[in-house]
Design a protein around this ligand. Structure first.
Ligand SMILES: Nc1ncnc2c1ncn2[C@@H]1O[C@H](COP(=O)(O)OP(=O)(O)OP(=O)(O)O)[C@@H](O)[C@H]1O
Ligand SMILES: [Mg+2]
Length: 497
């Protein structure tokens, strides 16, 4: 039964079309994958269905009735819930409060809220403490809370905008099992993802957008990876993305720039030791919670380590103890965050302003006054290098698509001209074509002699980009592998055993 029908729906922002006359339909009990490059219009299309964005033209029918939702809560009332790509939780409230937000009667009985939230989270197989404040949670747990909140509303239509980007393989399995259960209950599900394998595995039907238009749709059996990519980017990409590493293509280690010995911090980092070299890409793999982010936040002066419990961090054979990130930046160490929404940028500022803020932090920058010409030149250079696509030069970062926001975050780090750059999940939420662009950029950095650390939970990326692979488990680097001998299985084994 067709539950949702979107007819010739369009949305323009300041006159620039983001979605153009798209027809989209959704059946009860189906999982419908919505795919497309960064900026193709996936979020915009589904936000119109969820009442978060008002269509410029077109009709939306829910169970045969034309609807016009004035707000997300109006859509929720009608049974349409959406898990947004960028989190919409309230950080200062607990997990339980966020899940039941809007159901006031629950908020009055706090204890009852916690217990029922606990049971509910358990039924979803999500290991999240309902009493924890959302602001203390990492990206993965926040995502789980977000999913739980949407599912809790018993919606007829559920939209998931990149729900799996931050989940571990284990958590993904639980999530997909959850989708199957919802599907069996007759819920109509939209699944937006850049993980094409996941879409091919879970979806009954697939719709592909390109430049705001619907370019392909049909049952999953009509598609394979290559056909999806060809429809998404309008050309064939195969071969560009994954090339097997050979002995000749591995970069030799340059000077040792960083050495970490026996460093600890709280419960997340335990006596970890490793080195990083110039002119190389050091890939760091670890499951979420393995302490990989925390380890490198210590290196970059963002987290203070336990100084009294010993441990040494040396930069160029000189011991360092950073108390602030600014000190690390002055020494040429830059950390590019995995959590772009809360740490990555000033979202209401423009692309140029954000890049310029990065530049102001850089050690080579001596001037205090903002020069407009300089800012424009900087923005022009980096939007070109990173191929940032926005509707115009003055777009605020919040108006960019997810993948393009990611490029701005990377750019903001690179304008600081680091000697050691730590990229944490650099291609999360980025489409296949843009992944290739970011990978090229990372390779160029290492070729130019920088020490590059790339933290990633995406195994093909770790295998294909790294010159050496470090595996992190339980707060410690436990193994070093050469990409020549490493396989996905070997890396995974080291990460969990
Ligand atoms: N609030 C806004 N103001 C102006 N332009 C916007 C706004 N939101 C989105 N856009 C533009 O609309 C287009 C479609 O964006 P959308 O977020 O729907 O893409 P997407 O397919 O979800 O991409 P991604 O995979 O990167 O999340 C982009 O060009 C984007 O810059
Ligand atoms: Mg999006």
């Amino acid at each position: 039964m067709t539950l949702v029908r979107m007819e010739k729906v369009s949305k323009a922002y300041r006159g620039v079309p983001a979605v153009r006359e798209v027809d989209f339909d959704l059946k009860a009990g189906e999982i419908h994958a919505l795919l497309g490059e960064n900026g193709a219009g996936k979020s915009t299309l589904t936000k119109m269905l969820a009442g978060a964005v008002e269509p410029s033209s077109g009709r939306i029918l829910l169970a045969g009735q034309e609807v016009r939702f004035a707000s997300p809560s109006a859509a929720l009332e009608a049974g349409v819930a959406m898990v947004y790509q960028e989190t919409s939780l309230i950080p200062s409230l607990t997990v339980a409060q966020n899940i039941y937000l809007g159901s006031e009667k629950f908020l009055n009985r706090l204890r009852g809220t916690f217990i029922s939230a606990q049971q509910f989270l358990q039924s979803l197989n999500f290991a999240v403490d309902p009493m924890a404040l959302v602001e203390t949670l990492g990206a993965a747990k926040r995502q789980m809370v977000e999913i739980a909140r949407a599912v809790h509303h018993n919606a007829r239509v559920l939209i998931f905008d990149e729900p799996t980007a931050t989940l571990t393989p284990e958590e993904k399995r639980h999530f997909f099992a959850l989708l199957r259960r919802l599907q069996a209950r007759g819920v109509a599900i939209v699944f937006i993802s850049h993980a094409l394998e996941e879409a091919l595995m879970i979806a009954d039907r697939i719709t592909i957008l390109r430049d705001g238009e619907q370019v392909a749709h049909g049952p999953r059996s009509d598609f394979d990876r290559d056909r999806i990519i060809a429809a998404m980017v309008g050309r064939s990409l195969s071969g560009e993305l994954y090339r097997k590493r050979t002995a000749e293509s591995l970069r030799k280690p340059g000077r040792k720039i960083l050495s970490v010995q026996d460093v600890s911090q709280g419960r997340m980092v335990r006596n970890t030791s490793f080195s990083v070299f110039e002119g190389q890409i050091t890939g760091v793999f670890g499951l979420i919670g393995s302490g990989r982010t925390e380890t490198f936040k210590i290196v970059a002066g963002i987290t203070k380590r336990d100084f009294n419990r010993g441990g040494v961090v040396q930069l160029d054979d000189r011991p360092v103890r950073y108390l602030t990130p600014a000190e690390a930046v002055r020494d040429g160490i830059v950390y590019v965050t995995e959590d772009r929404k809360s740490e990555g940028f000033f979202e209401t500022m423009g692309v140029a302003e954000n890049l310029y803020c990065g530049q102001l932090a850089a050690p080579h920058h001596r001037r205090i006054f903002v020069s407009l010409a300089e800012m424009k030149a900087l923005a022009a250079e980096w939007t070109k290098r990173l191929n940032v696509r926005a509707i115009n030069d003055n777009a605020r970062v919040v108006e960019l698509s997810g993948g393009n926001q990611q490029k701005v975050v990377i750019g903001k780090g690179l304008v600081q001209r680091p000697r050691l750059v730590i990229l944490d999940e650099p291609t999360r939420g980025v489409d296949v074509a843009a992944i290739a662009e970011i990978h090229k950029l990372i390779n160029d950095l290492a070729d130019a002699g920088l020490a590059v650390v790339m933290i990633s939970s995406y195994l093909p990326e770790v295998l294909n980009l790294s010159d050496r692979i470090l595996v992190c488990r339980q707060g410690r680097i436990v193994e070093e592998l050469s990409p020549l001998e490493a396989t996905e299985e070997k890396i995974m084994y080291a990460a969990v055993h």
